[in-house]
Write a protein that binds this ligand. Structure first.
Ligand code: NAD
Length: 382
């Protein structure tokens, strides 16, 4: 069996799906590994390092695609690559099956198996494969660093002979994996942190990190959907959150916003009025930008200056930390591969709940019912 490690083609992507240090256990099972030349360069892994680890290196991407039985990737393959996939192969990566299913249509129609890291069920057994959490951790950290870098103020309180500097005030919206890491990072830098989330369970975690949790009375509606995720809220409940956010923005130097509902556009929580209430020089980092953004002024991928307030809407912060992002992702991938590779052979058992949950398509048709619905001829989106 041949495992292929491709160079990622998405603009700005620097991560690689497996690093040289990840290959040992795979090679020990008799799996052959071929790496596309330059695949790990941006993540600090040279072709030589892969060769030293026991892989072959090739510049022929098309031939690698046509011969690989197993393709761990970071992002979904492009349409031209999808057409080249070897029948019977398995592709694993952030395939975006729910927000961009049509971009995957060519691969879904092929006699291959597609696994999406976004769909790995969030159950205890699959925690070591939870790449969403790994990347959200990196993004939450990096968002705070980016904000601290742009803020014309210091984060920590300083008592000096030249006077006292008050600590920066950071407001984190959405206290999931990214939000909690943002809180922890901002606290380590000395900021005073407040946070808001619709899930009451997040309150305890926020307080344990030394931040203040802002409660909103949402009228007793259910705020938790399945799998520990938030539910999509009514406009009325969203409005109560928006009011709190506008009030809190007025005294915040930095807002890091991370609120998401899986498979849905990000909730629009930050009104223009909230940005206008912030002091000039303040910074807002919208980590929900890939899903459209939490702020109504967000333009995904574009940096804006709105009346002196900097609005950052990064689309791929993990790619700005390629070494550790790749390291974490590679471990998630390796743990996932352990479920589908038995004694060096590809063995896809869709009765396994993790594999069934993560499987987008198998042998030419969608397995995931949400993907099937999105791709049905009557469905109009994406
Ligand atoms: P996410 O990226 O989908 O959302 C980020 C946060 O935004 C969540 O905390 C969510 O509650 C919040 N949010 C959504 N709509 C909002 C709104 N209108 N207003 C304010 N906040 C809003 O979620 P995530 O960070 O990937 O994870 C969410 C939860 O799942 C967390 O509790 C996390 O600890 C848990 N989790 C569990 C496992 C597991 O294996 N059991 C693994 C990872 C995460």
């Amino acid at each position: 069996m041949l495992l292929g490690i491709l160079k990622e083609t998405a603009l700005g992507e620097t991560r690689v799906s497996l690093l040289p240090e990840s290959l040992k256990s795979l090679l020990a099972q008799g799996i052959a590994i071929t790496v596309e030349s330059g695949a790990g360069a941006a993540a600090g892994a040279s072709d030589q390092a892969y060769a030293d680890a026991g892989a072959k290196v090739t510049a022929d991407r098309a031939a690698l695609l046509a011969s690989a039985d197993l393709l761990p990737m970071v992002n979904a393959p492009e349409a031209a690559d999808q057409a080249r996939l070897k029948p019977g192969c398995a592709v694993i990566g952030f395939l975006r099956p729910l927000d961009a299913p049509r971009a995957l249509a060519a691969a879904i129609a092929r006699p291959v198996t597609l696994f999406s890291m976004e769909l790995v069920p969030r159950i205890s057994r699959a925690q070591s494969m939870d790449a969403l959490s790994s990347m959200a951790t990196v993004a939450g950290y990096k968002a705070v660093i980016a904000a601290a870098d742009r803020l014309p103020r210091l984060f920590p309180m300083l008592m000096t002979a030249a006077g006292t500097i008050p600590p920066a005030r950071v407001f984190v919206i959405g206290a999931g994996v990214a939000g909690l890491q943002a809180i922890a990072t901002a606290r380590r830098l000395g900021a005073v942190v407040e946070a808001y989330d619709v899930r009451a369970a997040a309150g305890e975690q926020v307080r344990s990190l030394g931040a203040k949790f802002l409660d909103v009375d949402l009228g007793g509606i259910a705020t938790e959907g399945g799998g520990g995720y938030a539910a999509e809220l009514t406009e009325e409940a969203l409005d109560r959150g928006r009011d709190l956010i506008t009030r809190t923005a007025a005294h915040s130097d930095v807002i890091i916003t991370t609120a998401q509902v899986p498979g849905r556009p990000a909730p629009r929580l930050i009104r223009r009025a909230a940005i206008e209430a912030m002091r000039p020089g303040s910074v807002l980092v919208d980590l929900a930008a890939p899903a459209g953004g939490n702020c109504e002024l967000t333009q995904p991928g574009v940096e804006q200056n709105i009346g002196g307030v900097i609005l950052l809407a990064p689309l791929n912060l993990p790619a700005e930390v390629p070494v550790h992002s790749s390291q974490l992702y590679a471990r998630n991938i390796l743990n996932f591969l352990a479920l589908i590779v038995k004694k060096g052979e590809l063995t896809v058992d869709l009765s396994d709940e993790v594999l069934a949950g993560a499987c987008v398509a198998h042998n030419g048709s969608p397995v995931n019912p949400r993907v099937a619905k999105l791709l049905a001829p009557t469905h109009s989106s994406v």
